[in-house]
Ligand binder design. Structure first.
Ligand SMILES: [Fe+2]
Length: 337
């Protein structure tokens, strides 16, 4: 745990301006001159009048590494030949730097795709450089984390549950749903939506957490891998705030059929989306990764005002940059005031 003085020093370093493609007031992006990390400051007003809480969020670390054992595995042999991006643990340094900066916040959360593909080498990097150093860290599951076949155009041989069991054996908490109080004002919810949908049981847990948040006077921030629909028929395409090489430059919020909530949802997904859309009294932000460039949008939402009326209140959705595009890492520092 860092002292107040250490935290103050870290974020009061001299800052260098960062040129971004489409600046917006919701993101204040700069580079720390001494330690090198790119920081995106985000402020969320809780309206609670409690002491500020900070969360360091990162996304898409993509550890790509096969060790000797992996090279005896015929699936991973082929993945290693096909998957060249960030090969030989190239993204490790940016991940280490980002997590060092995030550790100067009250909590650190990674929004999925920690592994580029499921290998013992990548698991070992995750254990050594993340979980051992930061046992309190929270991590949402991303689609890459449990996929062994990457760019091979072949289906995975191991059943999904067996691959998930490999992650369960070292993940710091439940892989599908986890929540934790941070300070006096935040309840962080980590949800697995990495299969392009929500899962059975998640809605019940979210509903219970929303009740806790209301009782205790907290706001909920949801951290997950995949962004969701804005449910706003007026919004179609949105340009990236930060464009990262090779990643999306435009988000097709309106027409992207694979976006959660844009096409027909199964029951578990609809239940979670309905809770979010009607829970804006306590849900004050959604943080996701997956798209690798930085985006922003307001989700059309509201909450019950009693007497059956709904009070409109949009929920900001923060889609944060992929970490490996920044040599010294990228951290969204979310301050709940
Ligand atoms: Fe990713």
């Amino acid at each position: 745990m860092k002292s107040v003085k250490e935290r103050e020093w870290f974020f009061s370093q001299e800052k260098e301006p960062v040129k971004v493609a489409n600046p917006i007031p919701e993101y204040n992006i700069y580079r720390l001159k001494t330690t090198g990390q790119t920081i995106c400051d985000i402020e969320i007003a809780s309206g609670l009048g409690k002491a500020p809480v900070t969360i360091g969020a990162t996304a898409d670390l993509h550890f790509n590494f096969c060790n000797m054992k992996d090279r005896e595995d015929e699936e991973l042999q082929y993945t290693e030949q096909c998957r060249l991006w960030l090969q030989y643990q190239k993204s490790l340094v940016s991940a280490v730097k980002a997590l060092e900066a995030a550790d100067f916040c009250d909590a650190s959360i990674i929004c999925g795709d920690i592994l580029d593909y499921l290998s013992e080498g990548a698991i070992d990097l995750t254990k050594r450089h993340i979980i051992k150093k930061y046992p309190e860290i929270m991590m949402a599951l991303g689609g890459h984390d449990y996929t062994k076949q990457m760019q091979t155009k072949r289906p995975d041989k191991l059943p999904l549950e067996q691959r998930l069991d490999m992650l369960r054996s070292f993940w710091p908490h439940d892989i599908h749903y986890y929540s934790r109080r941070i300070g006096d004002s935040v309840l962080a919810v980590i949800m697995d939506n990495s299969q392009g949908k929500y899962l059975p049981g998640q809605a019940e847990k979210l509903k219970a957490d929303m009740d806790i948040a209301r009782e205790e006077g907290r706001v909920i921030l949801i951290f997950q891998h995949e962004p969701i629909s804005l449910f706003d028929p007026k919004i179609n395409t949105v340009p990236a705030v930060v464009e990262n090489g090779g990643a999306a430059k435009i988000a097709n919020f309106g027409t992207m059929q694979e976006l959660i909530g844009n096409s027909e949802s199964d029951e578990s997904t609809s239940l979670v989306l309905d809770l979010i859309k009607c829970g804006a009294d306590v849900i004050k932000g959604i943080v996701a990764g997956h798209w690798h460039s930085q985006f922003f949008g307001y989700i059309k939402a509201g909450y019950s005002g009693g007497n059956g009326d709904v009070i409109p209140c949009d929920i900001p959705q923060y889609i944060i940059s992929g970490n490996p595009y920044f040599e010294s890492g990228f951290v969204a520092r979310i301050t709940v005031k």
